[in-house]
Write a protein of this length. Structure first.
Length: 353
């Protein structure tokens, strides 16, 4: 990323965090598969002493660093999938009970979407329903969360947690992962994901696609009584309120990522509509945070382009993904963002981690 883009990232987004509970689950898993308890704790550095405190928050960068380090000590190719597949509702703490108090799968997924910031702010689960098809998009709020281990862990966790909620695994119509590149390492991941999910993944922005009728499936067991469910929701609301508030730039950035990952070129009006604001109000609030809509949109397009260029996508493929009608137009835009044409940038970029 260019110096300009890196600076924009620092100014545009409050540093995201994850709960100590999420990190504690990672620590327990690493020890359970035979890693040294002392080395596992060392991976979390200064945060290790606080992993048992549910209200403690760990910066995403530190969590990702521990994740990569622990993955390297195990079966690195499959660590993310296997960690996600070991997930249980109990690992989510109060949020797990909130999901179990839901009447249907759709209600549970919407509750998760509502409260997921309390668990972690780096990968958002976004439920979209269009006609007979539902889609769970996994949206990295922070570029570091787009690494294969993190995305695969989230995909696997969604799969097994839904199976626990409903008493049986969901049938996926399609699964998309963004980092499949045809390498031997990628082939191992693809095969393992297909065995777990019952559906061979395809290349694309991370998502799980299924029949919308599955949203009406009952949660099993039937859930908590109304008063307990209300108390659980109130607890999660308090946890959300205790987190630093999201700025408009962060919310606009998430909306931009969602639309850009669907091959759109969103306008100021599109994003304002997504945030239930007028374009004028959105522009004014962005300016109050020291931002501009164009700079924010260009930053996220650049991040997305660099992510896929590093993983072997062609210039034409990335141009299509970002909604450009012509490859040449994308190449000019990328040179303006990064200072180099995309093919030159790819040759000079360090290999993806």
């Amino acid at each position: 990323m260019t110096q300009y883009a890196a600076g924009m990232t620092q100014r545009a987004f409050r540093s995201p965090t994850v709960s100590a509970g999420l990190a504690h689950g990672l620590q327990q898993y690493a020890v359970a598969i035979g890693q040294s308890p002392a080395q596992v704790l060392a991976a979390f550095g200064r945060h290790a002493r606080y992993l048992s405190e549910p209200d403690y928050r760990i910066p995403c960068a530190d969590y990702d660093r521990a994740f990569v380090q622990l993955a390297a000590q195990g079966d690195e190719a499959l660590f993310g999938l296997q960690f996600g597949a070991a997930s249980r509702l109990a690992d989510l703490g109060v949020l797990g009970f909130v999901l179990l108090s839901s009447a249907t799968l759709g209600e549970a997924l919407r509750a998760y979407q509502q409260y997921q910031r309390a668990l972690g702010e780096t990968l958002q689960l976004d439920l979209q329903v269009q006609g007979a098809q539902a889609r769970l998009n996994l949206l990295p709020v922070d570029p570091s969360a787009a690494q294969p281990h993190r995305i695969e862990a989230m995909v696997a966790a969604v799969h097994v947690l839904i199976a626990e909620l409903c008493g049986r695994a969901l049938t996926w119509q399609a699964v998309y992962l963004p980092h499949l590149d045809g390498s031997a390492l990628s082939a191992r991941r693809t095969q393992a994901a297909a065995r777990l999910l019952g559906c061979a993944p395809q290349v694309g922005a991370a998502a799980l696609v299924f029949a919308a009728t599955a949203l009406d499936q009952a949660v099993r067991p039937s859930g908590a009584d109304a008063s307990l469910a209300a108390a659980l929701h109130a607890h999660m609301q308090r946890r959300l309120q205790a987190l630093p508030s999201e700025g408009v730039a962060t919310r606009a950035g998430a909306a931009l990522r969602r639309r850009i990952k669907h091959c759109e070129q969103p306008s100021l009006g599109d994003i304002a509509s997504d945030l239930a604001m007028s374009p004028r109000a959105l522009q004014a609030q962005l300016q109050a945070e020291g931002q501009s809509f164009r700079a924010l949109a260009d930053l996220i397009r650049q991040e997305t382009a660099e992510f896929f260029l590093r993983r072997g996508a062609t210039t034409r493929e990335v141009a299509t993904l970002l909604g450009f009608s012509e490859e040449a137009a994308f190449s000019r835009a990328f040179k303006r963002w990064a200072g180099l044409p995309p093919d030159t940038w790819r040759r000079q970029a360090a290999p993806a981690q």
